[in-house]
Design a protein around this ligand. Structure first.
Ligand code: CO
Length: 155
């Protein structure tokens, strides 16, 4: 496993590009997943492949119960609406208020190519939406309702 460089906005234009669907889960994708987990460790709750410069539809999330990997994630349906504070490893030192659904149903593949259906609420729903946005070149600044107070604090 290797640490990968986290791309930063606005310096790295790759963050604004559209990621491509994964057609084949090969060694490169497995390495990418392993490296992304290593890179995110103790730093954040989610990471998307474009944040390490790879334009493929791959995300990982970790809400404190281990890393979950999702390939070609698609939101099938969502419900509700909540405004909360979000930060992004690609936009250090900036926290903003963003509106997100309170529930999402998502489909994706795991690293074995098996179909997954995930129902997520609360923080997990928020993080999944945030990471899937990255796959379409969308950043929290695009969805910002207001600047969050407190900057780099989480409490
Ligand atoms: Co982000």
């Amino acid at each position: 496993m290797a640490l990968r460089d986290i791309k930063k906005h606005p310096k790295d234009g790759v963050l604004r590009k559209q990621s491509r669907e994964v057609k084949e889960i090969n060694k490169r994708i497995i390495n990418l997943l392993d490296d992304m987990a290593h890179t995110m460790k103790d730093q954040g709750m989610g990471l998307a492949a474009p944040q390490v410069g790879i334009l493929k539809r791959v995300i990982i999330v970790d809400l404190g119960e281990g890393v979950e990997e999702y390939i070609n994630p698609v939101i099938l349906s969502s419900l509700g609406c909540v405004v909360g504070e979000e930060g992004c490893l690609s936009i250090p030192g900036r926290n903003v208020n963003v509106e997100r659904p309170t529930f999402v149903k998502m489909k994706a593949l795991n690293r074995h190519g098996e179909d997954l259906i995930v129902d997520a609420t609360g923080m997990k729903a928020v993080v999944l939406c945030h990471e899937i946005d990255h796959l379409d070149g969308v950043l929290i600044l695009d969805r910002m309702i207001s600047e969050a107070e407190g900057g780099d604090t989480d409490d």
